[in-house]
Design a binder for this molecule. Structure first.
Ligand code: ADP
Ligand code: MG
Length: 252
């Protein structure tokens, strides 16, 4: 009985092994990265997998390498060894320009510091990633209407669309950053401590929008937080200390 169950998948795997495994949307294998300079920090991740559509909360202490890990997954920094595979693409096989285009198309990013263009309008900030992501743009019929819908869903009033980003409150800027990440439904949303500056009610609305996006579009969500109380809302929780080996110290 056990033999039948195991032989069949092995046969299938060997026939189709060149195809990416759809259950492994994100795969990291034996990845290392080190920041040099006055405070040396090395991060090693032996194995990390995320399934397509999975919602995952990454918990860890400040300085444990969470943002470094997200940068490796986004391809803004490149692993010194090992493999980072996102949606079937090995990031180390791409040039810097290809990685930028891949990121714009596949990943909606919400940064801890928002990274909005301060003097651009809310609408222009939200539409910005579509300039570099034709697939995301082509999913939409009316770009401005979609920007407005996202703002509305996130609790930003319509009048805010023409405001400059720098004239918004911190909580409002956070919501613009979320709308910018969600527009055009990229398959992967990565959020680095996005709820840290939101009050409890706004945080709940914000998270619900991310989960709704995952349910409707099969989006994979990886969110970093230090707030373990959010854990039961996610499919899975990963603790940094369980997946990462770190070394730190001054270089002499
Ligand atoms: P976390 O997001 O968990 O707080 P980070 O990944 O931001 O952790 O940082 C982990 C360590 O990596 C820091 O303590 C620092 O030593 C180093 N580090 C992070 N970013 C940089 C950088 N841009 N330049 C140099 N060192 C950095
Ligand atoms: Mg961080």
């Amino acid at each position: 009985m056990k033999l039948n169950v195991t032989i069949q998948p092995l046969f299938l795997i060997s026939r189709f092994k060149t195809l990416p495994d759809p259950t492994k949307f994100l795969k990291l294998e034996n990845v290392t990265y080190s920041w040099s300079g006055p405070s040396f920090f090395e991060l090693k991740i032996a194995d990390l997998n995320l399934a397509r559509s999975e919602t995952v909360l990454l918990l860890g202490e400040s300085g444990s390498g969470k943002s470094t890990l997200l940068s490796l997954i986004c391809g803004t920094i490149v692993a010194e060894s090992g493999c980072v595979n996102v949606a079937g693409t090995d990031l180390s096989a791409l040039s810097a320009g290809q990685r930028d285009r891949f990121r714009a198309e596949k990943i909606g990013l919400i940064f801890q510091q928002f990274n909005l263009l301060p003097f651009a309008s809310v609408q222009d900030n939200i539409l910005l990633p579509l300039k570099f992501a034709p697939e995301r743009r082509n999913r939409l019929r009316d770009l401005k209407l979609e920007a407005k819908r996202l703002c509305h869903d996130l609790g930003l009033h319509d009048g805010a669309m023409s405001s400059k980003a720098c004239n918004l409150s911190v909580g409002q800027q956070q919501r613009v950053a979320a709308a910018r990440a969600l527009i055009g439904s990229p398959p992967f949303i990565i959020a680095d401590e996005p709820t840290s500056s939101l009050d409890a009610a706004t945080q709940a609305t914000f998270l619900e929008l991310l989960f709704a996006q995952s349910r409707t579009h099969g989006t994979t969500l990886l969110m970093v937080s230090h707030d373990a109380r959010l854990a039961n809302q996610f499919d899975r929780v990963i603790n940094m200390e369980d997946i990462a080996q770190t070394t730190r110290g001054a270089i002499v």
